[in-house]
Structure formats: structure tokens, C-alpha cells
Ligand binder design. Structure first.
Ligand SMILES: *Cc1c(COP(=O)(O)O)cnc(C)c1O
Length: 742
């Protein structure tokens, strides 16, 4: 393992005596003679290369310029301090050694001395002796790197035991008995297959009962994420949500649900038989989801709605759970502390679906804006849950997710009941590589490393936003460019400040009119909505426009795939994996798109693959296509329509679970779109984009939704390949919807 982690020797702008260079060469030879790889790094004085040292070396030897200790030149000492500061800002454990002439503790400033492992005096210590002690520390460092479960898994895979248990591929050997299997084996590699084991391997512990190394890792991650309990989940936050719900919601229970929630929450409604009361978020006319207003969380208002609800007999019922999408799909975060204070004792469990914010605990920008944090005040009564997709913003493999729980002052999680629900939804054969990625992605966030990673992503997101805005300002008057949705105040130079990102009622950038409460919500800078010309946040169409789907197709053709597409926007995520290269490539591609648009280039030239799939576009041009699509959106007022369908409250005629039962009983019929108004749907209808369910089983379809579906199908016919579609329509292409038989 250590071969992949060489010892780095850093010689920055150093002018030592020739004897010192010889001593350094001798040290390097001593390392190599005992099998340790060495990497020499010269003349790098920048934080990026220091930062890299912290990820792929097992120790660093920093060669100190003799002038730094003489005190006649400040620069070398400043360079040394900067080096130590940058390395320690990202990694508190990497062994750092100073190497030089006459290095004594007295001559090295205390702030540097307290951060390093040791010093090597060029002419006093023998190279072999110095090398051995550095190697010992390096080995120690590497040995402590892996968290418990991952460490046990590495050990198991290295050990090479023959297995007689499932999976049947037996550590990968089954694949090697077939040519296509060998192809698979070669592609994924030995380690993935050797570590793909069944839960009967004792030494790895059990995910299902949270024992052994898995449990040790979960406890460690709970400290890292500042929770009282943390459970790894290997089937996504879709499953985490169902586990939470099934552990605290029963048939007939009253529940409070964010109307713009993920499907898995609506599936939980169908599974549990609960009675939902929806909290309605606002939207701007560009289709961006805003916050649920503060007034919707008022306990008196909630009580009034319970009492008025036709499906609830007991007006005194306490809602079992509130599920809130934190952040919304467009990156709006709520003041979680305030919601916890307001609803404490009025709802049994407060559940924040934090699929998009597993990073929030690691940066002060988000303090109080996420659910679980043992540094903040606890609730007195209600339990607090957060479900997080580690695979979305952190470094988990797909499906890596986790459930965080914070006990209240008076109520503690019943782990036995909770785990029964966990077992209902968890495979008895969890995928160990996913568990290991839960473990490792948590470990990456531990200590100073977590903050550094989030800070880095925030810096890149801010620079991207500023770059887009600067390019816009530098273009000649009257020319067009893209924009980013977000506060203007954050675009001038200066540090990242929380103040800038809070939504204020008077601001006009967000387009949420008067429905924004002061300081109750903020935009997460990492969630970037890139807007194209054509539509204002108030829903006004410009003369010309560039529909988001056209830009998205163009970008996809050039290797850039975005997270979500709006009518005049694209959504890009700045995760902890973002690099300067990645977002600069996006900007370069936007420039190229602009040039192609301005020249009205042939589609066949700029999107050859798309045109090959859709020959009907042969001979057509980019700007013409944008104009036609823009005209169609405008003619049908599609932007307002796509927003309004989400704002009217559909009437619930039966519980979601009862509608599903009717579906199973065959009490449904397939109704064409034109006859849909007033009918009760038995399925979820979810338009893509944005992929947020519109009607829930058991609700009546409104005239407006019928109009939307009608226009959508016109657009699908007119612009094949570009328009989205609605999930829930029959899969046989008839564009019918399963409705409850009347
Ligand atoms: C993606 C998502 C989920 C589901 O997460 P997976 O890990 O994909 O199963 C749940 N809730 C929200 C808000 C999401 O965006």
C-alpha cells in the first residue's frame, strides 16, 4: 500500500550549501534502499500543490532554507509557515519533517514546531537513522488511515481465504471460467470482486444488526456528522426515507409532507396508509422552487388544517412526522433550528430529507441550516431525523446513504423498533463496496479535511458564478450571455459571507415575490442554476430565447451532462469532486455554443450525433430551432403553465394507500388525457423535468394539469428528442393515465 504513498521531499526556493544537498541525496538513497518511494518536489510555492501533498504522500520532508533561521530575510520563514499552515489546514496527521543545517528547537518558531513531527539535521543524523524514524511515522500514519470497516475489508481481501459462501462468483473466480466473465473481471478488477462477500463473514461485522467493524464505523461516522445515531444504508436515500417512515408512521396517522418531496416519501405514504397534509412551497415563474413560507409551520395553522381535514376524525391528533425537502431541488435551505423550535412537541418526528446536503455540518456557512448537529440546541420532545445521500454531494458510490438521528431531551430513539424497520427495507445481502464507501466518505469529512473539502467546493462555485457574471459584463452592450440565479451581492469580489445568501423579501433576484420570510431560508452556493436568455424570473418572455433543453443537448454532445434541465435553465452541482478544469471546460463550451448560435450554425455540424438519431433535424439550424421552440413555449405560455400546475392544491378523494389498493384490485381504467379532468388518479404523475410528482394517487386531476399534458404532448410531437415527458402515463405510448373506476 505504501508504494502508492511516496515520501515527498519539498525543496522550495532553497539555496543550501552543497554539503546539505549531498546529505539530502543520502537521505533519499536511504529511503529507496529500504523500499520506500520518494517524490521530489521543487519550486512550488502555491497552496494547490501543497494541498496535493496531503492526499497522496505518507510523509513530507521540507528542506528549510538556511536564511529562514538567520533572520536576515523574512521570505523563507514566511514560506515555511505558509507550507505548514496549508498542509495542516487540510490534514492534521500527515507527518511533517524539517530538514536543514543546524535546526534546533530554539531556532524554529513555536507555531511551526508544534505542528511538525520532527527535524533532521543534515550533518548530524545518519541518513539511515533519519530515514528509519521517518518511515516509522509514515507507516503509522498509513496504518491509521482507513476507518474500521474499510480496514477490515482490506484485510479480508488481502488474506485470500477461500470462500464457501455466497456470492456464487467466489471472490471473482467464477467469472474467469467464461470469456465474457473474464471481460467483466478485467474491467472491474480483482479487489472489487474479492471484497464482494456475503454477510456471513464474521470478521467484517454485520450491517443488518450494526455489529463488529460496521458498527464501529457507524459510531465513528456519527461523531463525524455530529449525530447521536448514524446508520449506513446501501440502497439510497429512497430506502432511508422508507426506513424512517416505517419506523414511526402507522395506518391512519396524520403526517405533514412537503408538497415538493421526493417520490420515496409519496411511496412511504402509499406503504403506511398515513393521512397527508401538504405544506406548499412557493415557486417563481422560471419554475424554480422556493421555500415553504414560515406561516405554514405555525402549530396553530397546522391544528386548524387537521381539524378541517375531511379524512381526519380526531382533531387533536398529533402529526407523527413532518418531512421537509432540505434543500429544495434548486438549493434553498431552511433555518432548521427555527423549525425545530417552532414544532418541538407538536410533531413526533421532524424528518429533514437532506439528500442534497450531507456537507452542511462541515462548514460554518450552514450553521443551523441543517437538521442534526450536536453543537446546537436540542429539541425537548420531538426526535430529529436526517436522511442524506452520501453519493450525491460527497464521495459515496451510487446508493450510498445514511440516516442520522438526534435524540431530544426527553425522548431517545428506540433502536430496536427502528432496526425492525431498517430490516424491512434492507437486503439481507448488502453490497460491501457500498458500505465501504459510506465508511470512507464519512472518514474523508473527519477533522480539518471535511471543512477544507467543502470550502474548496464553495470557492469553486463562487468563482464559477463570478466568472459567468464577469463575462456578461465585459460583452458589448446589447450582446447576450448566460446568467446564474443567485444574489447579486455575492458576485462582487470578497469573501464568502452567509449574509449574502440569505433570502430577503425585498430582493428581486429570486422572484418569489412577497412569499419570502426574512432570513428564514438561504441559497446553497453549491447548487448553481445557470439561466439562458428568454424568460425572466417573473415569467415574462423575451423576444428571443434559448430553451434549456437545446443547450443541454448541445452540452451532452460535447461531454457535459447536467443534473437537471429547466425551460430556460440548467442546474449544475458543485460537489466536493469539482475541479477548476471541469467548470472552466463548461465555460469554454458555453462560449462555443454562443458562437454557434450567433452564426446560426447547422445542427448537423454542431450536434452531429443528435441529428443522426433524429434525421428530421437535418438541414436545420441552431438559432432557428431556438427561435421556433421559444415561440412555441411563448404561444402556449408554457412557463407559467409549468409553474401553475404545481401551485394549485389538488383535491384528495381517497388516501394514497387506498388508491394503490384499488390499483391492485384492478378497480382502475385507462383514461385518455382529454377526458382526465376531475378523475382520480391511481398513479403518481411526474413531469420530467423537473421530476417532482404533480399528483399523488387518490387525487383529482385538475383542468390545468390536463392543459399542461395536452401542451406537453404537442411539444413532444413538434420537437422530438427535446421535450421531457411525464412519468405515470401508460408505458404503451397511448398517453393514458390509470384512474380509479367510477
Ligand atoms: C435523490 C433524492 C432522494 C433519493 O436518494 P437516492 O439516494 O437516489 O435513493 C431522496 N430525496 C431527495 C430530495 C432526493 O433528491
Amino acid at each position: 500500500m505504501s508504494a502508492a504513498f511516496p515520501i515527498a521531499i519539498v525543496t522550495n526556493s532553497v539555496t543550501p550549501a552543497p554539503e546539505t544537498w549531498q546529505a539530502l541525496d543520502a537521505l533519499e538513497e536511504a529511503f529507496i534502499a529500504s523500499g520506500t518511494a520518494v517524490e521530489r518536489i521543487h519550486a512550488v510555492d502555491d497552496a494547490t500543490s501543497y494541498g496535493r501533498l496531503t492526499t497522496d504522500n505518507s510523509a513530507v520532508v521540507y528542506v528549510v532554507d538556511p536564511r529562514a533561521l538567520r533572520g536576515d530575510d523574512e521570505a523563507p520563514m514566511l514560506a515555511l509557515r505558509e507550507f505548514v499552515r496549508v498542509v495542516r489546514g487540510q490534514n492534521e496527521r500527515l507527518p511533517i519533517y524539517l530538514f536543514g543545517e543546524q535546526l534546533t528547537a530554539r531556532r524554529i518558531p513555536v507555531d511551526v514546531l508544534s505542528e511538525i513531527e520532527g527535524v533532521v539535521n543534515a550533518h548530524e543524523d545518519t541518513p539511515q537513522f533519519a530515514a528509519r524514524s521517518i518511515q516509522r511515522e509514515a507507516a503509522n500514519y498509513l496504518a491509521k488511515m482507513a476507518p474500521p470497516f474499510f480496514k477490515a475489508l482490506i484485510h479480508y481481501a488481502d488474506d485470500g481465504a477461500y470462500s464457501w459462501h455466497s456470492p456464487g462468483h467466489s471472490g471473482g473466480t467464477a467469472f474467469l471460467k467464461s470469456p465474457v466473465g473474464t471481460l467483466f473481471h478485467n474491467f472491474f478488477g480483482e479487489n472489487l470482486l474479492r471484497s464482494d462477500v456475503s454477510s456471513s463473514v464474521k470478521e467484517l461485522g454485520q450491517l443488518l444488526d450494526h455489529s463488529g467493524p460496521v458498527a464501529d464505523s457507524e459510531v465513528r461516522a456519527s461523531e463525524t456528522f455530529r449525530a447521536d445515531h448514524l446508520f449506513f444504508v446501501t440502497n439510497g436515500t429512497s430506502t432511508s426515507n422508507k426506513i424512517v417512515w416505517n419506523s414511526c408512521v402507522g395506518a391512519g396517522d396524520v403526517v405533514l409532507v412537503d408538497r415538493n418531496c421526493h417520490k420515496s416519501i409519496l411511496h412511504s405514504l402509499m406503504l403506511t396508509g398515513a393521512v397527508p397534509i401538504y405544506l406548499q412551497p412557493t415557486r417563481n415563474r422560471a419554475g424554480i422552487i422556493g421555500p415553504i413560507p414560515r406561516s405554514e409551520f405555525d402549530p396553530a395553522e397546522i391544528r386548524r388544517r387537521i381539524e378541517a381535514h375531511p379524512f381526519i376524525e380526531d382533531g387533536d391528533a398529533t402529526p407523527r412526522i413532518l418531512t421537509l425537502t432540505q434543500s429544495t431541488y434548486d438549493g434553498i435551505l431552511y433555518d432548521a433550528d427555527e423549525i425545530k423550535r417552532t414544532l418541538d412537541g407538536h410533531v413526533t418526528a421532524l424528518h429533514f430529507d437532506e439528500a442534497w446536503v450531507p456537507h452542511a455540518a462541515f462548514h460554518e456557512l450552514y450553521a443551523g441550516m441543517h437538521a442534526v448537529d450536536d453543537r446546537r440546541e436540542r429539541t425537548t420532545d420531538s426526535l430529529v431525523y436526517a436522511t442524506q445521500s452520501t453519493h450525491k454531494l460527497l464521495a459515496g458510490l451510487s446508493q450510498a446513504s445514511q440516516i442520522l438521528v438526534q435524540d431530544s431531551e426527553t425522548r431517545h430513539l428506540d433502536r430496536d423498533i427502528f432496526n425492525e424497520s431498517y430490516l424491512m427495507h434492507t437486503s439481507t445481502s448488502p453490497q460491501y463496496a457500498i458500505i465501504a464507501s459510506c465508511d470512507v466518505s464519512a472518514e474523508m469529512m473527519r477533522g480539518v479535511g471535511g471543512r477544507a473539502l467543502v470550502e474548496d467546493a464553495l470557492t469553486e462555485a463562487l468563482e464559477f458564478r463570478r466568472a459567468i457574471s464577469r463575462i456578461g459584463r465585459e460583452l458589448p452592450e446589447g450582446d447576450w450571455w448566460f446568467d446564474v440565479w443567485g444574489p447579486e451581492s455575492a458576485l462582487s469580489d470578497g469573501a464568502l459571507q452567509r449574509e449574502d445568501w440569505l433570502l430577503r423579501p425585498g430582493d428581486d433576484w429570486h422572484g418569489f415575490d412577497g412569499s419570502v420570510d426574512d432570513g428564514f431560508t438561504m441559497l446553497d452556493p453549491l447548487k448553481v442554476t445557470l439561466t439562458t436568455p428568454g424568460l425572466s424570473v417573473n415569467g415574462e418572455f423575451a423576444d428571443r430565447g434559448i430553451p434549456g433543453p437545446v443547450l443541454a443537448k448541445y452540452l451532452a454532445e460535447h461531454g457535459i451532462v447536467v443534473e437537471k434541465i429547466g425551460l430556460y435553465s440548467l442546474f449544475v452541482l458543485f460537489t466536493i469532486g469539482v475541479t477548476k478544469g471541469r467548470w472552466n471546460t463548461l465555460i469554454a463550451e458555453l462560449h462555443r455554443f454562443k458562437r454557434a448560435y450567433d452564426q446560426n450554425a447547422g445542427l448537423r455540424l454542431v450536434m452531429p450525433r443528435f441529428v443522426a438519431e433524429h434525421p428530421e433535424y437535418r438541414g436545420r439550424r441552431l438559432r432557428d430551432l431556438c427561435d421556433e421552440m421559444h415561440a412555441a413555449y411563448r404561444e402556449h405560455d408554457f412557463a407559467n403553465l409549468s409553474t401553475d400546475i404545481y401551485l394549485d392544491d389538488p383535491e384528495m378523494t381517497m388516501l394514497p394507500a387506498d388508491a394503490w389498493a384499488a390499483m391492485i384490485d384492478g378497480e382502475v381504467e385507462h383514461v385518455p388525457i382529454a377526458e382526465l379532468a376531475g378523475r382520480t388518479t391511481a398513479v403518481l404523475l411526474t413531469p420530467y423535468p423537473p421530476g417532482i410528482p404533480l399528483v399523488v394517487p387518490g387525487e383529482r386531476v385538475s383542468e390545468l394539469i390536463v392543459e399542461y399534458l395536452r401542451v406537453e404532448s404537442l411539444l413532444v410531437d413538434e420537437f422530438p428528442g427535446f421535450s421531457g415527458d411525464t412519468h405515470g402515463l401508460a408505458s404503451d405510448g397511448t398517453r393514458t393515465v390509470a384512474c380509479i373506476r367510477e
